[in-house]
Design a protein around this ligand. Structure first.
Ligand code: ATP
Ligand code: MG
Length: 322
């Protein structure tokens, strides 16, 4: 069994976040006023990596809500603003929590959502969550085509600009790069660019589909997508294809991971060489980013990216045969 399994926190426990009582009292008062009821329980949510507040709140009247907040001068505050603007405009048919209110108080950006009573999907081999999540994301992609939101940047102006890594690694190879990576560095740098020419389109792309941004409701097993902080307009295949490296991280072989998507329209239509390039781009991105210094207050991101890089490299090897 890989030792890595023992040295990283499980899904849902990766973020270091403030507790409710850590938040400024002015901020807690504003949230309470907006909710119209006293907060009696606040369960900090450990999914994700950002150091902002994220808590499921139980209210005196029995209502519930989910709140996330970050200081307005934090480097990630812009993402919270984008999420508020996106979530506010999503059609009700999209399986995303309804944004109840957003604003700034005591120097914090605050978003208040409907609370989803759920859990992160288990994407390990044979899990019954896989046939729940794949159609949920596939149906969402269809509902988001054409994009119901105007004014979003195309993928080529957004995710294409950062989702790569092999070219930078080839220009300045780290000494700890694996043997396979070293051997194929220049081929990988060539391979990782093609998908970018197929990334633009008419779909609203969530852009951050991973198990900790997905919830399966406890009551009727509906799949919800949270964290709409980095949306763009683009080709329909991206959100669905993003499940593949996470299926591999959860223990599926690359072949089994891809097989789980067969039958979903956006997957079936995408050219094979685009997927191969996309796999290489993720492998390069995670290989590059995992070597960066950890951002302050984000203890588990680089470790996660190391494991994600291994999954995306396995996927790339499977597709290229290299
Ligand atoms: N509406 C909701 N109801 C219940 N739980 C939620 C809701 N939205 C998010 N969560 C939980 O809170 C966690 C953090 O939320 P979210 O992903 O939006 O925050 P984040 O700080 O932006 O995370 P990231 O580090 O991924 O950017 C999620 O992983 C999920 O478990
Ligand atoms: Mg998240």
């Amino acid at each position: 069994m890989p030792s890595d399994l023992f040295d990283h926190p499980p899904l849902g426990f990766t973020a270091a976040r403030p507790s409710w009582s850590d938040l400024p009292s002015e901020l807690r008062d504003l949230i309470t006023t907006r909710l119209g009821s006293a907060v009696v329980t606040a369960d900090v949510q450990g999914g994700g990596f950002s150091p902002g507040a994220a808590a499921r709140l139980g209210l005196a009247g029995g209502d519930r809500a989910f709140v996330k907040a970050i200081p307005a001068d934090h480097v990630l505050a812009g993402k919270y603003q984008v999420e508020a603007e996106t979530a506010d405009r999503l059609p009700s048919a999209i399986p995303a929590p309804r944004l109840r209110w957003h604003g700034t108080s005591a120097g914090w950006i605050v978003l208040i959502f409907d609370d989803i009573e759920g859990r992160h999907p288990d994407l390990s081999p044979g899990s019954a969550d896989i046939p729940t999540v794949v159609p949920a994301v596939s149906d969402m992609v269809e509902l988001l085509t054409p994009s119901p939101l105007s004014g979003l940047p195309q993928a080529s102006a957004g995710r294409v600009r950062w989702l790569h890594g092999w070219r930078e690694l080839a220009d300045s190879p780290p000494s700890d790069l694996g043997g396979w990576e070293q051997q194929h560095l220049h081929e990988l740098a060539d391979l990782e660019t093609l998908w970018g020419r197929h990334a633009d389109g008419t779909t609203l792309v969530h852009g951050d589909i991973r198990p900790d941004n997905l919830l399966i409701t406890t009551s009727n097993r509906t799949g919800f997508v949270v964290d709409w902080a980095q949306p763009c307009q683009g080709a329909a295949w991206q959100d669905l294809t993003d499940l593949v490296p996470h299926l591999i991280m959860a223990g599926n072989t690359p072949g089994a991971a891809e097989k789980a998507l067969v039958g979903a329209r956006a997957w079936d239509l995408v050219p094979s060489d685009v997927i191969t390039s996309y796999a290489a781009a993720y492998a390069g991105y995670w290989t590059r980013m995992s070597r960066q210094p950890a951002p302050p207050g984000v203890p588990n991101l680089r470790n996660y990216q190391r494991r994600a890089a291994a999954a995306a490299i396995a996927w790339t090897r499977y597709r290229t045969g290299w």
